[in-house]
Design a protein around this ligand. Sequence first.
Ligand code: SAH
Ligand code: SF4
Ligand code: F3S
Length: 471
Amino acid sequence: MNLPDMKKAKVRGEEVIGYYENENVTSKQFQGKKYFIRTYGCQMNVHDSEEICAAVENLGFSKVEVLEEADLAILNTCAIRENAHDKVYGYLGRLKHLKREKPELMIAIGGCMPQQENVTEELMKKHPYVDIVFGTHNINELSKMILEHVKKQEIEVYSIEGNVYENVLYKRDSSITAWVNIMYGCDKFCTYCIVPYTRGRQRSRKMDDILKEVQSLKNQGYMEVTLLGQNVNAYGKDLENPISFAVLLEQVALIGIPRVRFVTSHPWDFTDEMIDIISKYDNIMPYIHLPLQSGSSRILKLMGRRYTKEEYLTLFQKMKEQIPNVAITTDIIVGFPGETEDDFFDTLDVVKQCQYDGAFTFIFSPREGTPASKMKDELSLSIKEERLHRLNELVNASSNLKNQAYVGKVVDVLIQGVSEKDQNKVFGYTETMKLVNVIADKDTIGTIIPVRITDAKSFSLDGEAEYSKNN
Ligand code: SAH
Ligand code: SF4
Ligand code: F3S
């Protein structure tokens, strides 16, 4: 097998050897073969899967949606909570069974799970039918591993450094909206969180490289880009010549893509300059995901979040006042070790005051190797579940109210495809990230149209294209 020459990649002035530019690994050895991919976890993984798909399609594989038809099955895994792990192990059971019937099936496990200490060893020992294990740091080596049928031993596991690669090829799921990584990893080390261990330390891409990618997406006709990172507003702090996220965001907005979004923001890194830039540019969407995690200053301190309840509320207020019609969503953890009823009450209090547009809520899940996993956790599961239930009631009430407020209004919606629920409708998102099912012609897909909102459901809106009235 003739492998292409290894390319050298420059990372902050250093030469790093071992990077195959994906576009060069084009062997058609697997022409006619099929692959299946299942992705767990956050947007980072969703975007990584776009890179994985490009890599395996360059080897000749074509994608199928039915596992049983595949010659190569890839699981892109998540490790954020115990149940994410459980889901993957459940799916592995299915793959094991399938491999018995079809021994030539190649099974590859990637993503955050293998980046954890001990997990790869466990996978190797308990699941010997798995052919390839790769992490988040060496997706670029996946082609090589498949071509050479490399087993898992060669992978880089539990790296806390990792590199920044450029010229990565993606097979983007959409031709309308696109993810753009602006950084990798995270330096915050919140005490409950596994991400800094699975994704490594923060590494920002150079602004010029990001701008080039966004410009190219604009040239291809993309309508929306989402700047992606675990903590986007810490962008640039680690660069040789540090720059701020606000500067990057403004430059991206100036490229002129109709919609610019970003996730996720950490309250500690949110500056007034960022608020100014968001309110200044019409194409920066008025939607911010601003994880709270807890409303109790005491618990926030134990979590290592670096802000108090009061500081969070002040920031929230500032955003509401300065960014017209901004929608804010959040993440909240209940049952952090030592959380008292009073602490939980503070969380409810913040939720009442903020009236979020939506919230993802979780029960604390101890992750091996994190400081919080060693903290004394005396709360029973039933108390945690009961708190989650109380919290969800409050969160749902405010997001329902926010949705109801749209009824009768006409809002701009970027139409993205045929509605899953009703083939006669199309779906899209408002500037504030509300999902809308719309009565409109299919040729509106890929355009922004005014939509009159006719009804509000818990997690979506219904509407009709405003222009149809005039036809
Ligand atoms: N980088 C983002 C999101 C990280 S993961 C941020 O900082 O906000 C997404 C969410 O999962 C977190 O916001 C947190 O609410 C939740 N989460 C992370 N670790 C968790 C754990 N050990 N147990 C329960 N929820 C957790
Ligand atoms: Fe995890 Fe905190 Fe980093 Fe978010 S900011 S990824 S919660 S360590
Ligand atoms: Fe999960 Fe890794 Fe994302 S742990 S949430 S897939 S960064």
